[in-house]
Design a protein around this ligand. Structure first.
Ligand code: CO
Length: 203
């Protein structure tokens, strides 16, 4: 029932206004987020909430399995805006365990319309087959694939020319890979960090 969303919103506005009467008027003057978050659409992984950040803190792009596809006009526009206009300091690519997109990519079951997108995730597996095929335990393999997928998307992001142009001028963003565990609520730093073309090429 959409009314539940409206009711929830009204309660939230009241609470926010109680805590900080200037909160909404300050936000109305513009945004200056330090972070761009590229995460999964999964309802259990809301960027602001899991990082305990208020509106205004994080510019967000989400899709199934947090992919960075070089032909995705939507994603590229978000990244361009974040980098050139908002001048975000950090881009976080965040995967998560128990990801439906990752699970679907590990399976061969046809999914109709979704096969196009899931195929892109399967390509990530194919690219990293050597490392993944050797992992016998299916749960471990799925977790490893989730992490490798994040690393691959950080790589993809670091190949975007307008990101490289910024680095060539000694400018931000820094890119970081993280993974979120829906089972314990913890965000883990995968220690995949890139702030230059040289670092990206060494990944
Ligand atoms: Co997911």
């Amino acid at each position: 029932m959409p009314q539940q969303l409206i009711d929830g919103n009204r309660e939230w506005v009241e609470r926010m206004n109680r805590e900080d009467p200037q909160f909404f008027s300050t936000l109305a003057s513009g945004q200056k987020p330090r972070y761009l978050w590229i995460g999964c659409s999964d309802s259990r992984v809301p960027a602001n909430m899991i990082a305990d950040k208020l509106p205004g803190a994080i510019f967000v792009h989400r899709n199934i399995a947090n992919l960075v596809v070089e032909t995705d006009l939507n994603l590229l526009s978000v990244v361009y805006y974040a980098v050139h206009f908002l001048e975000v300091e950090h881009i976080i690519v965040c995967g998560h365990y128990s990801c439906g997109g990752i699970k679907a990519a590990l399976d061969t079951k046809p999914l109709g319309f979704l096969d196009g997108w899931i195929g892109l995730i399967r390509n990530v597996y194919t690219k990293n087959r050597k490392a993944l095929d050797n992992i016998e335990d299916p749960v471990e393999r799925e977790r490893a694939f989730t992490e490798i997928n994040v690393k691959q998307q950080v790589k993809n992001l670091s190949r975007i020319q307008f990101v490289r142009d910024r680095w060539a001028n000694g400018e931000r963003p820094h890119i970081h890979g993280m993974v979120y565990d829906v089972a314990d609520g913890l965000l883990r730093d995968l220690e995949v960090n890139v702030k230059s073309a040289a670092e990206a090429d060494a990944l």
